[in-house]
Design a protein around this ligand. Sequence first.
Ligand SMILES: Cc1ncc(C[n+]2csc(CCOP(=O)(O)OP(=O)(O)O)c2C)c(N)n1
Length: 541
Amino acid sequence: MQSTSSHALLKVFTANGIDRVFLVPGESYVGILDALIDFPEIDVVTCRHEGGAGFMGVADGRLTGRPGVAMVSRGPGATNASIAVHTAQQDAIPLILLIGQIPKRDLRREAFQEIDYQKMFGSIAKWVAEPTEPAQLAEVAFKAIRLATSGTPGPVVIVIPEDIQQQAAPVHEWRAPRQMAAMPSGEILDELQARLAEARRPLIIAGGRFDVPGGREALREFAERLHIPVALSFRRHDVFDNDHPLYVGDLGLANAKNQMDMFRQSDLILALGTRMGDITSQGYTFPALPVPEQTFVHCYPDDHIVGLHFTPDYPLVCDPVALVKQLTSATSGVPCAERSAWVKKLHDFAVLHAQWPDISAEDGIPFVTVVQAIQKHATANTTICVDAGTFAAPVYRHFPFKYPQRLMAPLSGAMGYGTPAAVATQLRNPDDKVICMVGDGGFLMTGSEMIAAVERKLPILFILSHNRSYASIRIHQEREYGGRHCGTTLFNPDFMAMAQAFGMESIRISSVDEVEPAIRNAMAATGPLFIEVMTSLECVL
Ligand SMILES: Cc1ncc(C[n+]2csc(CCOP(=O)(O)OP(=O)(O)O)c2C)c(N)n1
């Protein structure tokens, strides 16, 4: 094998477990593309749009805990990929976006397709590196991996001028060291232990940092041992089983006022592995800003995040999984009776709120019936990848996730995520039943990436909700602007013909009676399958 600077970069990638890259090629990084040929252990997934490649990287990073990698060309490629950098930042997912750059001699001359990426990505990436010497590529790759995965995971951008990609450079196999779980002192833990035992109405808010091997189990054991109810942070429905008696719902876009009133009655909040961001905290209103009324414990492995908005009585800058393991082992449990009424009240509300509705519509199929049919036929290894739109609301509200069932949903609310995420998920977990739910709006943004499902024979079930509208926005026009619609009605292509042209079997569901049998058959499909659902626009849940 040759030993060029690109080989040195890729060697650091493979030494750290990176085995797949998603890309759209560009003349600005042909040197790296050429080196990829010498790394058969890296699966190269060629995409149709840099947004699609980036979203695939985001999904892969979430599933593996390693940085997902997207490679794109300068200027136009990088601007297309920027949506994934934003999503990785909002979702706290490790991502490396590698961008080819103009030759270094012309840097900052505003040359053809040049961008100053430090300025462009400065506020959303954890680090933007633009090496100018071939020997720096390995070092930059190594640091990118460490930064993307440490503290609050997130996106790192590596920008590589085209003329430093093919020079001789030493190859290293540096491996990122495992992260050490710093722990609060024994004294603090003892004090916290006592507060937890005394609390009458404690509440856990659990977030994405439990989405690691062993994380869910540790959370469940802790909650059970101390008999503390668990609410989940925004779109992290799959970190705690939704049918568990301690499950009390998620904190999302549609919490009922009386549910929030109940949560506010808690006397101790344990915010574990969550950043307590905008949606989870209900627009920074729960708990009280800036000083919560309850005893507030905030645990996250990043000192920038702990106490960022809400002042904690216990600011714990550490790994929440290690913390709950420690707290679990240090207690013999708490008598359930003292907290039973509190837990029951919250749990009963969550159960009621999640009940499947019985609704019908004149103008099409209420999409909730499709989601309900999927739940009925879902296997233990079903993963639902959702795009942004009204069709996703029933998933968030009613689908009772039970691990290893998974929800792949962008915290950034980015349209266009669903299809590429499904491709990346099925590639990573070939035995899972991967379902992509997408609207007629989001599908025409990145739906072309579904060609990878045909190319690679991925048995993804694509479900398109066809309501001839950007309904999520139309709803605002209905509610807040007297039903005056502008820019939200869609003129659509023949989606069935489109899927067939992609080489995919396709089915249209036009009436409620067809939903259940069609979904039952679809769940057993062994190849990619496309279902078009003629969805009601008036009956949006
Ligand atoms: C990339 C991007 N552009 C715009 C938006 C704003 N937006 C949120 S949902 C939505 C409409 C989604 O329409 P569709 O995919 O058809 O699903 P529906 O809401 O109709 O179910 C829009 C435009 C967004 N979230 N992301």
